[in-house]
Design a protein around this ligand. Sequence first.
Ligand SMILES: Nc1ncnc2c1ncn2[C@@H]1O[C@H](COP(=O)(O)OP(=O)(O)OP(=O)(O)O)[C@@H](O)[C@H]1O
Length: 790
Amino acid sequence: MGERIEHINTGPDLVGVNVDRPPLLSQQSTVWTRRQQAVCVRHAYKHYGGKKKPNRVLTDLNMTVAKGTIYGLLGASGCGKTTLLSCIVGRRRLNEGEIWVLGGKPGTKGSGVPGKRVGYMPQELGGKPGTKGSGVPGKRVGYMPQEIALYGEFSIKETMMYFGWIFGMATSEINERLKFLLNFLDLPGENRLVKNLSGGQQRRVSFAVALMHDPELLILDEPTVGVDPLLRQSIWNHLVQITKDGNKTVIITTHYIEEARQAHTIGLMRSGRLLAEESPQVLLSMYGCQSLEEVFLKLSRKQGQLKKPVDNTENNISTAHLNWDRKNDSIYVTEESGVVGLNFHQSKEVLINDGSNGHLDIRALPPSPSTKATPPCEDCGDCSNFTSWGKIRALLQKNFLRMWRNVGVMLFIFALPVMQVILFCLAIGRDPVGLKLAIVNHEATYYNMTYQPCPFEYNCTMANFSCRYLNHLKNDTIIKQYYADPKDALDAVKSGDAWGALYFTENFTDALVARIALGRGSDDETLDQSEIRVWLDMSNQQIGIILQRDIQLSYQDFAKSMLESCSQNPAIADVPINFKKPIYGSSQPSFTDFVAPGVILTIVFFLAVALTSSALIVERTEGLLDRSWVAGVTPGEILFSHVVTQFVVMCGQTALVLIFMMLVFGVQCKGDIGWVILITILQGLCGMCFGFVISAVCELERNAIQLALGSFYPTLLLSGVIWPIEGMPTVLRYVALFLPLTMATTSLRSMLTRGWSIIEPDVYYGFVSTIVWIVLFLTISIIVLKVKRG
Ligand SMILES: Nc1ncnc2c1ncn2[C@@H]1O[C@H](COP(=O)(O)OP(=O)(O)OP(=O)(O)O)[C@@H](O)[C@H]1O
């Protein structure tokens, strides 16, 4: 059944839309009328959780808040008030239904300001009523969430500056407003830190933030909790005052039901529905109650008695449904609210005869100040899709100030990489020293003594070769422990007292001389007796290999020295493989040289992950992110500000890491230091962006920490930092290649040890892969943040 609009006399000045009203079509009238409300919610459904087990919070809820009024939203804890408000401010989206806020839909682009800049196009001419932006989130709305949602490290003044700049206010304007709010809300000195204020004072600062920019729509979630009765009254007086001229609208939730008497309209909410939407006086007189609490109880009982209403037009328990005995009277309703009753204070009241044939009978649309044209939005960040300097300045200052105020943490942040580099350079890659070797030398004269001088001469004398050889064993690496019996020496190794056992036969020198002299004519016994027998504990690969190396190199040294003493060419002792000077690296490469590039990047990458992985979570759990979003800050702006702040910190960390690695510990850099610095910084950026992904995905800080720590080892192990990826199974090698650190490590290693320039594929692949990862991580973060915000 269509609605008949009998009288519409709003005129162009009423809404600031300088166009003729469209033809009287019910749909247009509906949309048009919704736009004239401060807030209009229709058939709203909202649930949390999955579709299988949804937690239904809003169920076919309708709500109408006229401009220039105070709307008190009352209801038991958990009935969905905060959820509804968060949908109104654009923080959450409904699963079904529509919300109109200040003439547009929250979360849509554009200022939504009714004025010359907003044209009205009838739908039949192609206009899309649902596409006009509301400017919400943005500066048109002031939102005070239930949580304190303030930065504890900020003073009151800094808090105001931050939000003021976000709202695009000038500093002088903010100062002026601050003075008024300090006085009005009886706040302590402007330089007091928020964290040092009492709970009630913090709530008042939070309230002040919502009032700061004098918004058109104030949404206050329990602003009077913890506020003394006098101040509560003064807050209410202020709300009444600001709504008086009809330009401002207030939606307020409170658990002090009686204080809501001062509201123009009260919405009584229960189990995700509005039980009634009336002026307090009407509610009291309708139910013959003394207090609003009694009314609420009565209505709640009635709702319990009614079977589940299903029809959209009957979804709310209206006074009509409650067998109100004035059912046949002409009563005011807010258009299509589904709530029937007297609603004296709403500016867009329409008079409807309940017994009519369903036609909408608009008799009175008195020109109300509330419908006065709002000044066009000239400078608000929401007018364009782009950011504003004020917001960026506020966000950057906020981030730096937070860091500065946590100076201990900052010092730690800079000391940590230095500590890691120092520990790495001192603890990794050095040759082990003091390795015990159990020696049994049956050739030496006093072999049955556990310690004995082992005499030999540095000439061509063919005697006591064993002693001469032992003299070549590095004394700093190896501690020689002499045993009389080979069994004892082996027992020492078995019991862990020595890393290996060395045995020289009784006639070692003679056998060795014979072996050299006879060459291929040597018999088995000669060969056997001329051997130095070695049993090593190879359970520790590094120590085992070092002992093997030293034992062999010592023999080479011994042989050369013998040949030299006997006026022979010492080169005869060399293995006939001549390792020339390496093309890259040193002929005795250290493990440190191999690991250092990967370690530099790992330190920078994971420090950046640690810095950012909880940045957004902390803000989100404290309700600060919500507040910034409602103020019109976009996920992109938030990410940008964090990227800039963390980038500065990361540059400092990178500088420290490189200085300590290269200047203090002498890690070689044969390539261009500029490119080395660049890839290190890019890796830091990459880690930062990975941190943002973690921060955006995880709800809880502890999950973020788990994810960051959990990703550390797989990345470290697979990126070729501590072992070449060439040693991995083929499939794993391909996986490794796609990790953010792998190619970058190869690139840095090539620059540091080979001195390669950017034109080499091994080098520029590292840069390309890092940049791709940065873009990928940033995109994922923004998408996740947007989805979550939605
Ligand atoms: N993010 C969320 N995820 C899942 N459930 C939620 C979430 N936020 C709220 N809820 C649930 O939705 C219901 C309504 O919560 P809401 O915070 O809107 O109630 P409220 O009326 O504001 O309560 P109060 O007066 O205590 O603040 C509650 O059952 C709550 O547990």
